[in-house]
Design a protein around this ligand. Structure first.
Ligand code: ADP
Ligand code: MG
Length: 304
């Protein structure tokens, strides 16, 4: 098989997927998002990586020039870099066109669109009846102050397009609320406010692949943000039936093929789905569980 990985140069996941692909007799190349290009003529549309001389910083010495993505067996999306609205729409169009041509795109573009957007994910979870913390999304200071009160004066504020705990903060007093919400309003941000869940210092991450759980870890941290990227410690965890049910429902609601589902349990014993990550990391997971996620991913692509 021929696999393309949309991801950053020198990243651990490109190296890991390549290793797993080569072990199984396949070829995997990295493609730079910024170099996605489309050429149209009477034959139709060709999608690929720009054949023009790349910015050396973008390719950083790798020899990954690969012009035609339509010939790939699969395109693995491992990053969704921020960009202008135009860039984001173009990239999404390109992924949808590849999928329409029968290339496996992992995750499916519609699932990526949902999972990168914390509002859309929360809305899908709520609509599916999956327990998720009370959340209010608004665009102005006054509404945010009202939401802050309605959510009990203790909230987590998250960037709608964010990952790895970046930009997430706890706002638990009115002074901080005023300063935070004024600043966010000035930045034209969408304000995503979620009730603070008093968790015991860990969350549960279940990794899901093609309709089944690969395994689970608990991520312990002194910070309320229990992301591995924020130095949380991972330990292997055997998920409960409830955790598995919630994860399966969350995967269904978002349409993800591979997903990291984050669960938090509060001091009353209620378990919530916090997020569905469509580009989940697996280094901490692999260390804690010994499961070779990259190989599982390659095998799942072979199977379809
Ligand atoms: P990200 O995409 O940045 O990982 P998450 O929504 O998963 O965003 O939040 C990051 C971490 O912050 C979670 O793993 C959890 O530890 C903590 N967290 C998120 N939401 C809440 C909440 N409502 N109450 C308490 N902690 C939270
Ligand atoms: Mg998370």
């Amino acid at each position: 098989m021929f696999l393309a990985i949309l991801g950053n140069a020198d990243s651990w996941y490109v190296a890991d997927i390549r290793r797993a692909a080569e072990k199984r007799g396949h070829t995997a190349v990295r493609v730079e998002y910024r170099r996605l290009f489309a050429s149209l003529d009477s034959q139709g549309v060709r999608l690929g990586e720009s054949p023009a001389d790349a910015d050396p910083a973008a390719t950083s010495g790798t020899n990954d020039s690969f012009a035609n993505l339509s010939c790939c067996d699969a395109v693995i999306v491992r990053t969704m870099p921020p960009g202008s609205l135009e860039q984001v729409v173009f990239r999404m169009d390109a992924l949808l066109m590849l999928e329409a041509r029968g290339v496996q795109v992992i995750n499916p573009p519609k699932a990526i669109e949902c999972a990168v957007d914390k509002f859309l994910t929360s809305a899908r979870l709520a609509r599916a009846g999956i327990p998720t913390p009370r959340t209010i999304v608004c665009q102005d200071f006054e509404s945010a102050m009202l939401a802050f009160e309605q959510l009990g004066g203790d909230v987590v504020v998250k960037p709608v397009f964010g990952a790895e705990g970046r930009g997430i903060m706890r706002v638990d007093n009115p002074d901080l609320a005023v300063r935070t919400f004024r600043t966010l309003e000035r930045l034209d941000a969408v304000l995503y406010l979620q009730e603070f869940i008093h968790h015991p210092g860990y969350d549960t991450r279940i990794l899901w692949l093609d309709g089944r759980p690969l395994g689970a870890i608990r991520r312990h941290s002194d910070d309320f943000r229990t992301n591995i990227s924020r130095q949380a410690r991972a330990e292997r965890h055997t998920p409960t039936d409830l955790e598995l049910q919630l994860a399966a429902a969350a995967v269904d609601a978002t349409g993800t093929r591979i997903a990291g589902i984050d669960l938090l349990t509060d001091d009353q014993g209620r378990t919530y789905v916090i997020e569905v990550n469509a580009v989940p990391g697996w280094q901490g997971f692999r260390r804690a569980t010994g499961i070779d996620v990259a190989e599982e991913l390659v095998r799942s692509i072979e199977g379809l």
